[in-house]
Design a protein around this ligand. Structure first.
Ligand SMILES: [Zn+2]
Length: 146
């Protein structure tokens, strides 16, 4: 089973992959759990099994780069250009979580210190919700489990 810190860090990587490669603008809703997690993206393309394998490969490639995960707090006024959906209303400062040079996203959650601690990313299933969003369900396997 994964920890929530691991799942949280994985969500950042997955969201960056969905933005860069599948045109998602952001993660609209998520539920992170130790066994499995789910995230919803605004991806209009119908995904094939091949796309799903590609998402897994892209996420795992970043995990394997052993990116350090660091955070810093900056004033909200300097946060232009960041994806602010998780920032509570009324906040004046935000915490930016950086995954190496791969991603920087505001988040107040807890994360691992290095992506080397994440294990292998695996998509369990995917479906289209009634509101049109793409829901991905995923888990982390121990690194040895291939
Ligand atoms: Zn986070």
């Amino acid at each position: 089973m994964a920890t929530l810190k691991q799942m949280h860090t994985t969500e950042h990587i997955l969201t960056r992959v969905m933005k860069d490669h599948f045109g998602a603008t952001r993660n609209f809703e998520m539920h992170l759990g130790e066994k499995k997690s789910k995230c919803d993206y605004d991806v209009s393309k119908e995904l094939s099994e091949e796309d799903i394998r590609r998402i897994e490969d892209l996420v795992n490639a970043e995990i394997e780069k052993r990116h350090p995960v660091e955070s810093e707090v900056i004033p909200l006024s300097e946060a232009e250009g960041y994806d602010l959906w998780k920032v509570p209303e009324g906040a004046t400062e935000i915490r930016i979580v950086r995954i190496g040079d791969f991603d920087a996203t505001p988040c107040a959650g807890e994360h691992v210190a290095n992506t080397a601690q994440l294990g292998r990313f695996k998509i369990i299933s995917y479906s289209r919700k009634e509101d049109g969003l793409l829901r991905l369900r995923f888990k982390l396997l121990p690194r040895e489990a291939g």
